[in-house]
Design a protein around this ligand. Structure first.
Ligand SMILES: [Zn+2]
Length: 212
């Protein structure tokens, strides 16, 4: 079971790089397991990672395995501890998300799909040094009522109910960021009203559920 989950983590990390959401070893990915999480190792090319390189961690930071965990494990642990629904956490520095985050900008409701992250906007977490407790706090604040946020001068973090959903969410948020960057270059976006975004969120909650 754990071996299969470890392989799924590697496969999703490789898919994350193939999708263009992540470059090299700057991103990291984790999945909840019994009493803790499995996380990608620090600074390794995912193509070279085998199941035994995946690090098993408790949320207090103690780890088992032959590799050091990603240096950004703290906010992964913080998310699992605060958000029961989080089963997989993805962090990366995708170009368009990072560009907006370096301006301290989140993503407003310029497009209805912004609701994919769970709210009427996608916030940008305040800056703090990578690996610091302050960064975990800032990310949790920006994720309130959401499953994705940008991180000032840094990148993107999101979570979902499983690894493939977390990757799909990251791809969608990076696409929205790309469109928003394009808009900022040529004009100003009108933002959808809160009422409309709540209608979209309501529709999303039943989307894909068949009547029979
Ligand atoms: Zn990072």
């Amino acid at each position: 079971m754990t071996q299969a989950l470890r392989q799924q983590l590697i496969d999703t990390a490789l898919a994350m790089n193939a999708s263009g959401v992540n470059q090299g070893a700057s991103g990291n990915l984790s999945v909840r397991c019994e009493n803790g999480m499995l996380i990608t190792p620090s600074g390794m090319d995912y193509a070279d990672v085998s199941v035994d390189d995946i690090v098993r961690m408790d949320f207090d930071g103690s780890s088992q395995g032959r590799r050091k965990p990603s240096s950004e494990w703290q906010f992964h642990a913080a998310i699992y501890q605060q958000r029961e629904e989080a089963q997989a956490v993805l962090h990366a520095h995708p170009v368009n998300c990072a560009a907006l985050a370096c301006l301290g900008k989140g993503i407003p409701a310029f497009h209805y799909m912004v609701a994919v992250a769970g709210g009427r906007d996608i916030r940008c977490a305040d800056y703090a040094t990578f690996g610091s407790p302050e960064l975990s706090e800032n990310v949790l604040i920006a994720l309130k009522g959401r499953k994705a946020c940008l991180m000032a001068h840094h990148g993107l973090t999101c979570f979902d109910k499983d690894l493939s959903s977390a990757l799909a969410l990251a791809v969608e948020v990076e696409h929205l960021a790309a469109v928003y960057c394009r808009i900022l270059a040529i004009g100003e976006a009108e933002v959808l009203s809160d009422d409309e975004m709540y209608r979209v969120l309501e529709n999303f909650s039943t989307y894909g559920i068949q009547d029979s």
